[in-house]
Design a protein around this ligand. Structure first.
Ligand code: SF4
Length: 208
């Protein structure tokens, strides 16, 4: 699957609200069969930074909100440790909007079926910085299958109106590797988030 080759536009909707209206009742793929809630996204729809994860887990499915379980709480902590506010400065969404059963990785087909919603979210939110949270988000958004250990922390070009993207480790991986000693995944993620913050500050200087 290569979303990079797709033309970047959202022909079916005229606002983010319309995208949400359709996604909230979507049955485009089989993931709708087992979901409790469609988890569309949360945060500031005018944010310059957008975080994109893999898909909802159990807590997200129960609440309808992205990244609110243990992994989400850790992501929030990491983001807010830089001084950024998750709600004010970022928008958070996932590649698939419905929870894959047993938290399995979404298939390429499921990601492709759901991608028009994410593409439209990116179009309407128009972030300048996209943080791809984990290997599945990297594959689902840019079609890149490189190991996350090799590519995390690098700025990547996107087809989304000049936005640049950085892959980082998924917080669930960090929960399984809790050491924050130098060189560990947690330490590297801290470095990555500092770089994201620097890029954000540079962006805000140029905007003002
Ligand atoms: S995962 Fe996406 S495409 Fe599949 S049913 Fe949910 S909203 Fe629709």
């Amino acid at each position: 699957m290569s979303q990079q080759s797709e033309q970047f536009y959202a022909p079916m909707w005229t606002s983010l609200e319309e995208v949400w209206d359709e996604a909230s009742v979507c049955t485009r793929c089989d993931l709708h069969c087992s979901r409790t809630h469609v988890v569309f996204g949360s945060g500031n729809p005018k944010a310059k930074i957008m975080f994109i994860g893999e898909g909802p887990g159990q807590t997200e499915d129960e609440t309808g909100l992205p990244f609110v379980g243990r992994a989400g709480q850790l992501l929030t902590k990491i983001v807010e440790s830089t001084g950024l506010s998750r709600e004010k400065d970022t928008y958070i969404a996932n590649v698939v909007k419905c929870r894959p059963p047993g938290n399995r990785v979404p298939t390429d087909q499921e990601m492709a079926m759901c991608f028009p919603y994410l593409r439209a979210q990116i179009q309407y939110i128009a972030p300048q910085i996209i943080v791809l949270v984990g290997a599945t988000a990297l594959r689902g958004v840019l079609g890149i299958k490189s190991p996350i250990t090799k590519i995390r922390g690098q700025w990547l070009e996107t087809p989304f109106n000049g936005a640049k993207a950085m892959p980082i480790f998924h917080p669930s991986y960090l929960l399984r590797n809790p050491s924050s000693a130098e060189g560990t995944p947690k330490w590297l993620t801290w470095m990555d988030v500092q770089e994201i913050k620097r890029a954000y500050e540079a962006l805000m200087v140029n905007v003002s």
